[in-house]
Design a protein around this ligand. Sequence first.
Ligand code: SAH
Ligand code: SF4
Length: 376
Amino acid sequence: MSDNTRLPNLLGMDRQALKAFFSNIGEKPFRVDQVMRWLYRDQVTEFEQMTNLSKALRQKLSRCAVIEMPEVAFKEFSADGTRKWVLALDSGNRIETVFIPEGHRGTLCVSSQVGCALDCSFCSTGKQGFHRDLTAAEIIAQVWIATASFGIPENKGRRPITNIVMMGMGEPLLNFDAVTQAMSLMLDDLGYGISKRRLTLSTSGIVPAIDRLSEVLDVSLAISLHAPNNELRNELVPINRKYPLSELVAACDRFIKKYPDKRMITIEYVMLDGVNDHIKHAKELAALLDTLPCKINLIPFNPFPHAPYRRSSSNRTSRFQKILQDAGFVTTIRTTRGDDIDAACGQLVGLVEDRTSRSQAWQAVKFKSQTNEAQT
Ligand code: SAH
Ligand code: SF4
């Protein structure tokens, strides 16, 4: 990162913010389109190389703005196509981004905060505590870096990243402005042109922010539910004490009714052996979600050192799935990918963040990464 941090960073500014920026420096609105094309389609971050801008304008931009993004500290590309990046921010803060290919689909899992304050009992990000919010630039930079790793596509219809999920580190709805600004760039045709059905925000259930989200952006919503009753959810997802299940389900209902092309909410449910995976929990969940248009995604728990849980067996998971399917819910079991590089989505463990128990494991990953790079 340079010392120019006081100059506005054009990376991460959505169309509206860029319009305001160009108007402030006395330039016409069509400059917005030109700069967005350079930045996101052509992957150019030097004003000097933006050759359809006059030399005078390029010089002016170099004086009054910057295009800056975090550095890639480590990256690792797994044999199954999964790619993972660790980005270095200020003060030793680090975040992770993961790309997971599956058939014709390529999903990028993006972080929104360094750490997380919500401390869900099964989540390694929560165990790191909260460090800071990411800026819109740091959020969109994750998409920029992942996209650039595939080069510039020859054919616009064949983009490697087809889906983006805000399911990395952090609670996106507690970093509302930066997250929504970055997401509007993900949707924008001159940004990443991701369709609203393929752009998903995952939240542990910040009820007022779910309502606010529906006011400003039309995207898909995933809820990290993980328990069918308040008693258990208070334990697993402590924010439930503030926004209990009845309020959360009502907020989901309002969200779904907001747009005429009714979509389904995705309900995420991490399978914790003997904790939330009993038959009675499946039945309770079916009753809780009875009237909500939703599909349910059962997530195998990804263990981390000192985690107080085990992954449910595949038998228990299938049994749970069957009860929900019999009750009429589309219910899928998430396949875990990228296990070999610790990159399963929702399991961005931040190995580098933990300067104690996992540092040795991280050294191993780092070594492997260097070896892989040397081989390719
Ligand atoms: N804070 C947001 C988004 C990030 S977490 C949220 O909670 O929704 C992304 C998903 O990964 C959530 O569904 C979360 O519950 C899940 N997750 C967290 N830790 C996990 C673990 N150890 N194993 C499996 N899924 C986990
Ligand atoms: Fe935060 Fe989501 Fe992890 Fe809970 S599951 S601690 S909300 S990142």
